[in-house]
Design a protein around this ligand. Structure first.
Ligand SMILES: [Ca+2]
Ligand SMILES: [Ca+2]
Ligand SMILES: [Ca+2]
Length: 571
């Protein structure tokens, strides 16, 4: 599906996109009662209303204030749209209508299912649900009769494809800028070096991270090690890397692998400023994902991304590099928002590690981690969940294909689904960032609202019905139980890889935390592991993999490599 054009502030839009198909994450799936358009409008209008309240401003002033915080192109589009829309919605806001009512008046929300969805509590004369629904319906009719052309014109201004065109063109989760088509880039975002080690020569398709080379003259695997030691006449690669178990790491997974997160500051009216939104375009270029800080391929310090993110960073790759400096830049994150086991096999096609391509390559540690979408989705039933048979079939096919393609000595780790009941248990009565101004929206309210709009990333777990949550977990556990069976079943049949199952890694890893569980959950979506959660998982999964014999011993030459090559070219 091609990207659509609903995004007002695209980052806010991303909140609703976790359930979308594994295509560019701002692609919005079908929904009801206005769906993601309704949600984005409601959040944005709520921010305008809260800004009016806090700054004692008019609707027009508050809207212009928020637009002025956005980077140039997005800010310009915002201003144009606000100029058209505020005269229409301003009077509604001034008369005390909530964001829910205003977005119904704009026809971005509707009641096609017979239900009028509401995030914020209704006020005054409209406290009863029937009175509110009738009022909203009246608003809808009156506004559209008077302003149809203007509303349509205003909404057209928000087109993400004109603001950041590259995000509408990127396909197949390959880097957007990649001159030699080796799947490694010199640009950081758009599936570039934040996602896979940086290409050290983007004009030569035989130079990229992960090659097994001796590099007498130049660095052709991008780990910063090359040349000949004059005292021994051996190349540094032969002397310090050969035989040390140098190995790359790749993750094939979902939004939790890609580290989906929206800065909570975007939704806290009190703190809105230019600084809060200064990196919003980079966020869009990364599909609202943070692979460079993720549990599998994190490699940068979170402080570089202030004020968007705070917290520790640790990852499988980071720890593997500490253990062997020859692994520098040898990582690939193929995490895609919305992916499930059905995507494992196609994702292997964008993994740059095919031994049949005719170049000598190092072995790689591939983590297959689809931890939720096989039971998650926005459908209000259990029929859309992956069946046990299909799950088994998809994972088995991916394992067999990995054996057919990966270099000899590679490993595949199968990570089962989580028990997502922790989300509701931890979050339901806490206040969501959008409710922080007036203490009026809890996570339970948000979950019900997303279900009403049919855009919840996980109807089964983000649900106030305990039976539904329990049944979702029951099915998730059934699926995960197939993984050790697959390990057994393939024993003796695999010639190039070893396949591993190390228990409920995500559940077990998160349980190690000594502080309150909400520290480990992303505040905006109430669904993904936070930065702290990612660092915890990075260490936990690395330690378990090391103890299982997947990670080779430390390279005794690390100190000499650092002394000779410094930061090895960095990232
Ligand atoms: Ca390249
Ligand atoms: Ca290259
Ligand atoms: Ca090298």
């Amino acid at each position: 599906m091609r990207p659509t054009t609903v995004a007002l502030i695209v980052a806010v839009a991303s909140l609703t996109l976790m359930a979308s198909a594994p295509s560019p994450s701002w692609t919005v799936t079908a929904d009801r009662n206005g769906g993601s358009k309704c949600a984005v409008c409601t959040l944005l209008v709520a921010l305008v209303e809260q800004t009016m309240q806090i700054k004692n401003a008019t609707a027009s002033q508050a809207a212009q204030m928020i637009c002025s915080y956005l980077p140039k192109l997005a800010g310009d589009a915002c201003s144009i749209a606000m100029d058209i829309l505020v005269p229409i919605v301003g009077p509604l806001i001034d008369q005390g209508d909530t964001a829910d009512a205003v977005c119904n008046a704009l026809h971005l929300c509707n009641n096609e299912s017979g239900q009028t969805c509401r995030l914020f509590p209704a006020k005054g004369a409209y406290k009863s649900h029937d009175a509110w629904a009738k009022h909203v319906n009246d608003l809808r009719v009156a506004t559209m009769m008077r302003h149809r052309a203007k509303i349509e014109q205003g909404l057209r201004s928000f087109n993400i494809c004109t603001i950041v065109p590259a995000v509408c063109e990127i396909e197949d989760h390959r880097p957007f800028f990649d001159t030699d088509s080796d799947m490694f880039s010199t640009y950081d975002a758009l599936r570039g070096s934040f996602w896979r080690g940086k290409d050290c020569d983007d004009l030569d398709a035989q130079i990229f991270p992960g090659r097994d080379t001796n590099d007498a003259f130049l660095d052709s695997n991008c780990n910063g090690i090359y040349g000949v030691d004059p005292s021994t006449q051996k190349t540094y690669e032969d002397q310090w890397c050969a035989g040390t178990g140098s190995m790359g790491v790749a993750s094939l997974g979902d939004s939790a692998t890609a580290h989906f997160r929206l800065p909570a500051d975007y939704l806290i009216a009190r703190g809105l400023s230019k600084d809060v939104f200064k990196n919003v375009l980079r966020l869009i270029e990364n599909e609202a994902d943070w692979p460079m800080l993720s549990w599998s391929t994190g490699h940068l310090d979170a402080s570089q991304f202030s004020p968007d993110v705070k917290g520790p960073m640790s990852s499988i790759y980071h720890r593997m590099l500490e253990r062997n400096r020859c692994n520098m830049r040898d990582f690939q994150n193929v995490g895609v928002n919305g992916a499930s086991v059905h995507n494992l096999l196609p994702f292997e096609g964008v993994l740059a590690r095919n031994r049949n391509a005719g170049l000598s390559l190092k072995p790689i540690f591939v983590v297959m981690s689809m931890i939720g979408n096989d039971v998650c989705g926005h459908h209000h039933n259990f029929n859309e969940m992956t069946t046990v048979e299909q799950y088994h079939k998809d994972v088995l096919a991916a394992v067999k294909n990995a054996d057919a393609m990966l270099p000899n000595g590679s490993h595949v780790l199968l990570v089962p689904l989580v028990d997502g009941r922790v989300l509701y248990d931890t979050m339901h009565d806490r206040i969501h960032p959008i409710g922080s101004t007036n203490n009026d929206v809890t996570y339970a309210d948000l979950y019900d609202y997303l279900n009403c709009l049919d855009i919840s990333p996980c109807w089964g777990w983000m649900n106030s019905n305990e039976t539904v949550r329990n049944m979702t977990t029951e099915h998730a556990m059934k699926l995960g139980a197939e993984l050790p069976i697959i390990v057994q079943e393939t024993q003796g049949q695999l010639t190039n890889i070893k396949v591993h199952f190390l228990g409920n890694l995500i559940d077990d890893g998160l349980k190690r935390y000594h502080g309150p569980m909400w520290h480990l959950i992303e505040p905006v979506d109430g669904f993904h592991p936070s930065q702290t959660g990612n660092a915890l998982l990075g260490d936990f999964v690395f330690n378990k993999s090391r103890d299982a014999g997947i990670i080779p011993p430390a390279n005794p030459n690390n100190a000499e490599i650092i002394a000779k090559f410094g930061d090895q070219g960095g990232y």
